[in-house]
Design a protein around this ligand. Sequence first.
Ligand SMILES: *Cc1c(COP(=O)(O)O)cnc(C)c1O
Length: 386
Amino acid sequence: MKEDTKLAHAGRDPHAHHGAVNTPVYHASTILFKTMEQFVGRSAPEVRIKYGLRGTPTSFALEDALTALEGGHGTVLAPSGLQAITMALMAFLKSGDHVLVTDSTYAPTRNFCKNVLADFGVETEYYDPTIGSGIARLMRPNTRIVWTEAPGSQTFEMQDIPAIAAAAHSAGAVVMIDNTWSGGYYFKALQHGADISVHAATKYVVGHSDVMMGAIVCNEKTYDRVKTRAGQFGNFAAPDDIYLTLRGFRTMGVRLPRHFESGLKVANWLLARPEVAQVMHPALPGDPGHAIWKRDFTGASSLFGFVLKTKDRPRVAAMLDGMKLFGMGASWGGFESLLIPTWPETNRTATKWQAEGQTMRIHIGLEDPEDLIADLDAGFARLNGK
Ligand SMILES: *Cc1c(COP(=O)(O)O)cnc(C)c1O
């Protein structure tokens, strides 16, 4: 099945639900059994529906859909992207272990390693995102996980996932990626060597800025362990949110190409602006990560970065405060555009982020890019004091 067909059909079984096209929302805690034998036998793995916390047809529908999208073996949902990240990590770690984490990772992942993993006796070491097969030099006998994210949060460096995975696997580690940026649509992480692909489905899968959702898509080697550990933690994602996430999933194949195209259009426009020192977008031919992106990805999302020539706070504030179409807020992946200032230099330890001026993160929504460009153009006039 091709991608867009999977998006329309995966995780659906209408005739198991009176012909309803979409899997209905099951609200359930208690699941009743008719006989004592069935009740006693409910813990057998083939009994899928046993207790609300352990899954319903609603949660299995989204899990199966995401598994099909990424070509995985199984998926575990989580109530947020961050929870999916922390649970994937906790599934494989014990005190005394060592974890390698890309220096460009999502800041709350770093915060979890620093504040929670450290308390449990797990050592985190950060590495240069562009290290590639050089990761082999950092592998230790107790290195349990190599954590990747491509492109990196805020700075958008690409990572050579196949090279990192080969080195990590030969040293016995599990390879995980935060694959949120590609939506699982433009990058097939498991086919490129990752064992686990983690998503903030909150972003492109949901696509409407109204639901928090996380997913851990696993290969065969890792699924049982993640599923078991998530159960031990009492992990659960709520049924109405799962339903909305599935609704977003069905239209990813039309939304993402539009995001890609409009994002690239705005990125090229920014590249030509005199106020802009640098644009970080791996689909631009001049980007340092372009060759890897072209080799491994089939498209790009519309979240990228740029650096202004100025750092002057009142001028940057004048630009941002007056934006008409771009909102200022965390998260991304919705139908609406966003523009925020970022400070990547505060989230680095293994490498340095050196930028001439203020770093910005932009998300291009589904508006007409000409209107977005006009809004940015007026913003630059304010930045220039006009
Ligand atoms: C937003 C985000 C997350 C966290 O997702 P939430 O659902 O907001 O918890 C994780 N990784 C990346 C790259 C993100 O952008």
